[in-house]
Write a new protein. Structure first.
Length: 391
C-alpha cells in the first residue's frame, strides 16, 4: 500500500475522528451541566459526585467525522445500515441515561436493531470457519446465533462501564485490534470504521481519566453505540462471504480471535448473569459483583483497575496469538482462549473474594500491587490533569 493510501485509509480516519470528538466534547459537556444531565452517585456506583453522562454523543460525532475521510465509505450500503443502527442505539441509550428505560424495552430494541442490521447488510455469523470441523451453518441457525451473540456483546460492553477509562480504554484496544485484522484482510470499510472509533475514543478517554472539571461519562448512549460496532465487526469477520478466508486458510481461528478480543467483558457478563440467575434474581438486576468492583474492593484505584483489566484482556489476546503462531489447531486456540477467560473472570473473582473473606497474606500482596498502581497521587498526574482540563 502506498504512503498516500496509508494516509487516506489509516491516518485520516484516526485524525479526523480525534479532532471531531475533541471539538464536540466541551459543547456536549456544557449542555449536560446546564440541563443537569448527570449520573448521581448511589450505593452501587463508584463515583462520589454527580458526573455529566452525555459522552457518547461526542464519541459518535467523532466517529461520523472520521468516516468522512474515505470515499469507500460512501460507496458501501453497509455503512448506511450501520450508522442508522448506531443512531437508534445512541438515541435509546441517551434516553436511558436521562429517564431510565426498563431492561426489557432496551432488550427488545437491541434485538430489533440487530435483526434489521443483519437482514439489511446481509451479514451474519453463518460460518464456523473450520472450528470442530464445521463450515457454513443453516441460515435460520445463523440468524438466531447472530442475534444472541450480538445482543450479548452489546450488553457486555455496556456492563463493563463501571470505572474511569475502562469501557473507553477497552473499546480503543479492541478497535485497534479489529482494525489490524480488517486491514490485513483488505476490508477498507471496516478498517476505516474501526480506526474512526479508536480515534474518536482517545479525547474522551483522556477527559474521562485525567479530567476534573471536564470529566464526563460515556453513558449508555456511548456503550450501546460502541457495542453495536463491536457486534458488527464480529458479524463481518464470521460471515461466509467476508474476506477472512485467506487468514482462515492459514490456520487462524476466527472465532477464537474474536472471542479473545472481547474476552473479559463477555465472560464477566456470563459470570455475573449466571450468578444472578442461580440466586433467583433477574439477570439485569444491578449490583456490585462485576470484576471491576472486585478490583476496587481489593484496594485498586479506578486507573489501577482499568490498567489491570485491560492487561488481562491483552494477555488473553497475546496467548491466542502465540498459540496460532505455534501452529495450534483452531479447536486448541479456542480452548486456550476459553480457559484463560474463565480463569481471568470466574476464577480470579472467586479467588479474590475468598482472600478478602479470610484476610490472607495473598490479600496483602494484592493490596501492595494496588497501592503501586495508585498513580493518580503522583505529581505528573496533576500536570496532565491541568493540561486536559484546559483543552
Amino acid at each position: 500500500m502506498s504512503s498516500m493510501s496509508n494516509i487516506q485509509h489509516i491516518v485520516l480516519p484516526i485524525l479526523l475522528a480525534f479532532l471531531g470528538t475533541l471539538w464536540m466534547h466541551p459543547k456536549v459537556l456544557k449542555i449536560a451541566i446546564l440541563k443537569n444531565l448527570v449520573d448521581n452517585p448511589d450505593a452501587r456506583k463508584l463515583q462520589r459526585n454527580p458526573v455529566p453522562v452525555m459522552g457518547g454523543i461526542a464519541v459518535f460525532f467523532g466517529i461520523a467525522i472520521g468516516l468522512c475521510s474515505s470515499p469507500t465509505i460512501f460507496n458501501s450500503a453497509n455503512t448506511f445500515m450501520l450508522i442508522s443502527a448506531m443512531l437508534v442505539m445512541l438515541y435509546t441509550g441517551t434516553i436511558d441515561d436521562i429517564i431510565r428505560l426498563s431492561p426489557n424495552i432496551r432488550f427488545i430494541i437491541e434485538i430489533i436493531v440487530i435483526a434489521w442490521l443483519m437482514f439489511a447488510s446481509e451479514s451474519s455469523i453463518n460460518c464456523f470457519w473450520g472450528l470442530w470441523g464445521v463450515g457454513s451453518i443453516p441460515q435460520w441457525t445463523a440468524y438466531i446465533l447472530t442475534i444472541v451473540a450480538a445482543v450479548g456483546i452489546i450488553n457486555a460492553i455496556n456492563l463493563i462501564d463501571g470505572v474511569n477509562g475502562l469501557s473507553s480504554g477497552f473499546c480503543f484496544m479492541s478497535s485497534v485490534l479489529f482494525a489490524i485484522f480488517f486491514h490485513t484482510t483488505g476490508n477498507p470499510v471496516m478498517t476505516t470504521l474501526a480506526l474512526s472509533a479508536a480515534g474518536a475514543i482517545i479525547p474522551f478517554f483522556l477527559h474521562n481519566v485525567f479530567g476534573q472539571s471536564t470529566k464526563m461519562f460515556i453513558g449508555d448512549g456511548g456503550t450501546l453505540v460502541i457495542g453495536t460496532m463491536m457486534a458488527m465487526f464480529v458479524m463481518n469477520i464470521l460471515d461466509v462471504n467476508s474476506g477472512s478466508i485467506a487468514l482462515a486458510a492459514k490456520g487462524l481461528g476466527l472465532i477464537p480471535f474474536s472471542l479473545a478480543v472481547l474476552s473479559i467483558p463477555v465472560f464477566d457478563t456470563l459470570r455475573v448473569m449466571s450468578t444472578r440467575i442461580i440466586n433467583k434474581k433477574s439477570p439485569f438486576h444491578a449490583d456490585k459483583t462485576h470484576l471491576h468492583h472486585m478490583f476496587i474492593d481489593l484496594g485498586f484505584s479506578h486507573t489501577g483497575t482499568t490498567i489491570s483489566i485491560l492487561s488481562l484482556n491483552f494477555l488473553i489476546v497475546a496467548a491466542w496469538f502465540v498459540a496460532y503462531k505455534l501452529g495450534a489447531s483452531i479447536d486448541v486456540q479456542l480452548y486456550i482462549v476459553v480457559a484463560l477467560s474463565f480463569i481471568a473472570t470466574f476464577g480470579f473473582y472467586w479467588f479474590a473474594k475468598r482472600q478478602i473473606e479470610l484476610n490472607t497474606e495473598c490479600l496483602k500482596t494484592f493490596q501492595s500491587i494496588a497501592k503501586a498502581l495508585h498513580i493518580e497521587k503522583k505529581g505528573i498526574w496533576y500536570t496532565i490533569q491541568r493540561i486536559i482540563d484546559k483543552l
